[in-house]
Design a protein around this ligand. Structure first.
Ligand code: HEM
Ligand SMILES: *[C@@H]1O[C@H](CO)[C@@H](O)[C@H](O)[C@H]1NC(C)=O
Ligand SMILES: *[C@@H]1O[C@H](CO)[C@@H](O)[C@H](O)[C@H]1NC(C)=O
Ligand SMILES: *[C@@H]1O[C@H](CO)[C@@H](O)[C@H](O)[C@H]1NC(C)=O
Length: 504
């Protein structure tokens, strides 16, 4: 017995030595300072995961603006100086922008690689996104969204009953419900057969989406979905609803989904369900950030009397200029792209709300060994290492944004009440000062649509409803840090508010 323990002891000690000698990376000449962390494989992942902002700030104090951390077996170079962001983006030719995204998407949504170089598909998904979410396509997308929002916000039964009662609801669950339904219908079309069946289906989808989205941080961190039985079932059901046989029965399917349905993908080895899972990835991308972003925009606007007043004035003026009038029985309101783009106050409110709630991690993989030239010096980077930006550090930097934790609705307005674009760090004008949508080649292709749909939502809320917080001096809810890295963080707790239709 004793000898067995002794042998095991020796083996374990040997392994530890071997790990110490070969497993730990050593810093080479010209490389950034290195934090290996204490735990094999994980490295600093637990500390990073617990509070990324604090972890990065602590390392910044210790090492300066550029340092390397081992995270989940990867070496991640963090560039934390906002003045260097544009320099990082100049090194595009050394970066593989897509590798990380494709792998994560395949793992989380359960499809095989959508990287054309893996031979499963001929679709260039990047081209598809740009073609169908921006430019001309954006017109019809926003138009449909505005119709769908009004379908939900002024449902016939509410109007018929002429209800003047206040309705109380959690603001986050309200935003979740409205944006999910409107966004789902806008991307995947309406069910022609029956309104009731459609509502039931959307509710079921919403439920499944919540279940699935809840475990998304774990999936992104690399855990297999089979660990989470409910979430797995929810994902499969969501995908089922996006099979082509189901989509064919729907009307007003967006150009994005139509293009992907009728793609002549001759080499495709995807079956119907797998294709549906790639649609599900798009559903997730279109909702997971938009929902909390909508909440924060509405909450901050309602909570700040000045913001609400300025926004109301702007919206009323815009409506008048567009020659539109609100009516509960008549045509829905419609503002075109140009009219929506000319709302600097709403723009500033949304930007400021996202500045305070965004915690995305921007990642690219090094394709080869190269030297990264930054403002503060040059650093050698090894092939397959990761270069990361964490823009929350910039968004909460008091040098750039004085009093950074305070919501100032006009922070992004200049002295002429037009959109402000000049921000400084250390007296130097910043090229990048606002990055909730990422940057470079992987910047969110839906960002223009996202801002339009949030604006449309705010406009309709202001025009159709009287809104009050149940507790008028309610504290701002804390951010749910468990989703740090994924984008806009939701509030940890919901905030009750009440609303009723105006002018009834
Ligand atoms: C406020 C709302 C939104 C935020 C904050 C947001 C943010 C982001 C971020 C940070 C990324 C990753 C960028 C990177 O890796 O550098 C991303 C990717 C993406 N977003 Fe958004 N997004 C929003 C809304 C939307 C909407 C409404 C759509 C579509 C209708 C959309 C579609 C996508 C897609 C398809 C990708 C993946 C792009 C790729 O990997 O090629 N997003 N988004
Ligand atoms: C498809 O993708 C998988 C990885 O997801 C890969 O192993 C396989 O080689 C690819 N190609 C084909 C033709 O299946
Ligand atoms: C695919 O091919 C069919 C028939 O050849 C054609 O009608 C359709 O327009 C093509 N679709 C796309 C997206 O190119
Ligand atoms: C996606 O397309 C846009 C526009 O064509 C381009 O600027 C960008 O670099 C592309 N991104 C990737 C990852 O290929």
């Amino acid at each position: 017995m004793i000898t067995i323990f002794l042998i095991w002891g020796i083996v374990l000690t040997m392994c530890c030595y071997l790990w110490l000698i070969f497993g730990i990376r050593r810093r080479r000449m010209g490389e950034p300072p290195l934090e290996n962390g204490l735990i094999p494989y994980l490295g600093c992942a637990l500390k990073f995961g617990a509070n990324p902002l604090e972890f990065l700030r602590a390392n910044q104090r210790k090492h300066g603006h550029v340092f390397t951390c081992k995270l989940m077996g990867k070496y991640v170079h963090f560039i934390t100086n906002s003045l260097s962001y544009h320099k990082v983006l100049c090194h595009g030719k050394y970066f593989d922008w897509k590798k990380f995204h494709f792998t994560t998407s395949a793992k989380a949504f359960g499809h095989r690689s959508i990287d054309p170089s893996d031979g499963n598909t001929t679709e260039n998904i990047n081209d598809t996104f740009i073609k169908t979410l921006q430019g001309h396509a954006l017109n019809s997308l926003t138009e449909t969204m505005m119709e769908n929002l009004q379908l939900i916000l002024r449902p016939p039964f509410l109007l018929k009953s002429k209800s003047t009662e206040w309705v109380t609801e959690g603001m986050y669950s309200f935003c979740y419900r409205v944006m999910f339904e409107a966004g789902y219908l806008t991307l995947f079309g309406r069910d022609l057969t029956s309104q009731d069946a459609q509502s039931a289906l959307i509710l079921e989808n919403l439920d499944n989406f919540k279940q699935f989205d809840k475990v998304f941080p774990a999936l992104a961190a690399g855990l297999p979905i089979h660990v989470f039985k409910t979430a797995f079932q929810a994902r499969e059901k969501l995908a089922e609803g996006l099979r082509h046989e189901n989509l064919h029965r729907r009307d007003q399917v967006s150009e994005l989904i139509r293009l992907r349905m009728f793609l002549n993908d001759t080499l495709s080895t995807f079956d119907d369900l797998e294709k549906a899972k790639t649609h599900l990835a798009i559903l997730w991308a279109s909702q997971a950030n938009t929902i909390p972003a909508t909440f924060w925009s509405l909450f901050q606007m309602i909570r700040n009397p000045e913001a609400r007043k300025a926004a109301t004035e702007e919206v009323n003026t815009a409506l008048e200029k567009a020659g539109q009038r609100i009516s509960f029985e008549g045509d829905p309101i419609y503002l075109n792209q140009m009219q929506l783009n000319d709302l600097p106050v709403l723009d500033s409110i949304i930007k400021e709300a996202l500045r305070l709630s965004s915690a995305s991690l921007n990642i690219r993989t090094a394709k080869e060994d190269f030297t990264l030239h930054l403002e503060e010096g040059s650093y050698n980077i090894r092939k397959d290492d990761i270069i990361a930006l964490y823009p929350q550090l910039m968004h909460l930097d008091p040098e750039i944004y004085p009093d950074p934790l305070t919501f100032k609705y006009d922070r992004y307005l200049d002295e002429n009440r037009k959109t402000k674009t000049t921000f400084y760090s250390n007296g130097v004008k910043l090229k990048y000062y606002y990055m909730p949508f990422g940057s470079g080649a992987t910047i969110c292709p839906g960002r223009l649509f996202a801002v339009q749909e949030i604006k449309q939502f705010l406009i309709l809320m202001l025009l159709y409803f009287e809104i009050e917080l149940v507790e008028s001096h309610v504290k701002c809810p804390p951010l749910d840090q468990s989703r740090a890295g994924l984008g806009i963080l939701p509030p940890l707790n919901d905030i009750d508010f009440k609303y009723k239709l105006k002018y009834l």
